[in-house]
Design a protein around this ligand. Structure first.
Ligand code: ADP
Ligand code: ADP
Length: 219
């Protein structure tokens, strides 16, 4: 469970997130919808503990920003597909993450298989990966520590239609396992068939927090 309360983040004169309050519950897929620049990534980074809030609080599993354990075994995240060392193979990238997070090495092959990068694909340089393959690798990294809470920032970007179906199935399964799954997008069309619950923001502020069907019925 993720609890965001009166959360504000300012960068100088820019208020990226303003008085945001919402809850993301385990067992369902929660979408995080808003146009580009709405504050989604900033919020996800604060949930992950990478950015400190200017005001307000974020708790994950009841633990606040300051006293929360960090790392891939607690919260897994796909933040942005560009954020990897291009000279390494996918398998090496994941092995480095596994070692620094004290995750068993065998998980590397498990998650590579899970995201469709088993075999030769996993041994190729990441620098030569398509955006879709980078997304799959980022998703593999998020799954590596088998965490109870998973954040995905624009995960459908760059995936082909088959990849989109696959990732939706993956989110469903993670939620059915009782995990907290929080998925951002700037497109309502991507949220349909993906999310059960929806948090909608604009200009850093909350617009709606309700089931997707209720939000869609508003027109
Ligand atoms: P989204 O993910 O919804 O596209 P962001 O969280 O990336 O939105 O950005 C929200 C706002 O905060 C934007 O106006 C953006 O320019 C600003 N912003 C984000 N990160 C920084 C930063 N590190 N420094 C200054 N402004 C930032
Ligand atoms: P540190 O050892 O300084 O805490 P990390 O090893 O946690 O740094 O982070 C290294 C990289 O992994 C950073 O680019 C960060 O954005 C990313 N990262 C950190 N935590 C997570 C996470 N839970 N899920 C996915 N990526 C993460």
């Amino acid at each position: 469970m993720i609890e965001v309360k009166d959360l504000t983040k300012r960068y100088g004169a820019t208020t990226a997130v303003k008085d945001l309050t919402f809850t993301v519950r385990p067992g369902s897929v929660t979408g995080f919808l808003g146009p580009n620049g709405a504050g989604k990534s900033t919020t996800l980074r604060m949930i992950l503990g990478l950015n400190e809030p200017t005001a307000g609080s974020v708790t994950v599993g009841g633990r606040s920003f300051r006293d929360r354990p960090r790392g891939l075994r607690h919260v897994g995240a796909l933040l942005n597909a560009g954020d990897v060392h291009g000279g390494r193979s996918a398998a090496t990238h994941l092995a480095v993450l596994a070692r620094s997070n004290r995750i068993p090495r065998r998980r590397v092959d498990e998650v590579l298989a899970e995201v469709g990068l088993a075999g030769a694909a996993g041994r190729r340089r990441i620098g030569g990966f398509s955006l879709g393959m980078r997304q799959r690798l980022g998703i593999a990294a998020a799954l590596l520590g088998d965490p109870p809470v998973l954040l995905f920032d624009e995960p459908l970007n760059g995936l082909d239609p088959e990849g989109v179906l696959w990732v939706r199935g993956l989110f469903r399964r993670l939620a059915a396992e009782g995990r907290t799954v929080f998925v951002s997008s700037h497109l309502m069309s991507e949220m349909e068939n993906t999310a059960d619950e929806l948090i909608v923001i604009g200009r850093g502020e909350l617009i709606a927090a309700e089931s997707l069907t209720r939000f869609a019925a508003r027109g």
